[in-house]
Design a protein around this ligand. Structure first.
Ligand code: PEP
Length: 256
């Protein structure tokens, strides 16, 4: 059975000093090896990528990521950072298509597809974020919507390429300060729909959105969920360490 992915994106938070302190705490806690059955990852702001990479070190079991990257390797794209540059700075994961980037920065199915392809070309893990709005959910269209977002970004990939992709289902109505935590019952159907097409074909099917220390174990128990992508709860190192412990327990129980 593959490892449970437990990761956090810091969005636009943390100074360099705060980023270093969090990474040092995690590095020292793990002492060179990930919890059994768990793949940890952390996605800081661009400014902290190199600092966190230096703290974690090259042999770290913690995968480092960036929150976005351009599909071209270099060129006249002011304000952008390429996958090649992210890799050079130590990144091994690229977050693609978070709903905030789709809403505020024009990220589309087309651009998410280009970015997935760029990440794969450079050997980084594309972490494709998908998720529907409250309005789509109210109309009963959640599963069709997220399947279309996913298919659009991943079409044309070979089986081998697909096997390196991680998908994070993050319903917009469930994420951030204004989100409300999803119930397990609400997530069963979307994960069944995703699982029917992608289970066993991608590297992971993650859930994200108001994950906290009280609901994490239940969320990991949903069929086809193979990890958690976490914001606020993991920004405090203690919260992230507790999530790793919950996942380790869950992984141990899965393998009997
Ligand atoms: C997110 O915004 O993608 C997210 C998962 O955040 P939170 O866990 O804080 O809801």
């Amino acid at each position: 059975m593959s490892d449970l992915w437990i990761g956090t994106s810091w969005k636009m938070t943390k100074t360099l000093a705060e980023a270093r302190a969090w990474a040092e705490g995690l590095r020292d806690h793990l002492a060179g090896s990930a919890p059994a059955g768990v793949q940890p990852f952390v996605i800081p702001s661009f400014t902290a990528t190199t600092a966190v990479a230096e703290v974690l070190g090259e042999e770290s079991p913690i995968l480092l990521g960036v929150q976005n990257a351009h599909w071209e390797d270099a060129g006249a794209w002011t304000g952008e950072v390429s996958v090649a540059q992210a890799k050079d700075a130590g990144a091994r994961i690229v977050e693609i298509g978070h709903s905030e980037r789709r809403e505020h920065f024009g990220e589309s199915v087309e651009t998410t597809g280009l970015k997935v392809a760029a990440a794969l070309r450079h050997g980084l893990v594309p972490l494709l974020c998908i998720g529907e709005s409250a309005a789509v959910k109210e109309e009963g269209g959640s599963s069709a919507f997220i399947l279309e977002q996913t298919r659009g970004a991943l079409e044309g990939l070979t089986g081998e390429e697909l096997s390196r992709v991680v998908i994070a289902y993050e319903p917009i109505w469930a994420i951030g300060e204004t989100g409300r935590p999803a119930t397990v019952e609400e997530l069963v159907e979307p994960f069944a729909a995703l699982g029917e097409v992608y289970a066993g074909r991608v590297a992971g099917l993650l859930y994200g959105g108001s994950v906290n220390l009280d609901n994490a174990a239940d969320l990991l128990g949903i069929e086809h969920v193979s990890g958690l992508f976490v914001g606020r709860t993991a920004w405090r190192l203690e919260g992230y360490l507790e999530l790793l412990r919950i996942a380790e327990d869950h992984a141990a129980a899965r393998t009997g």
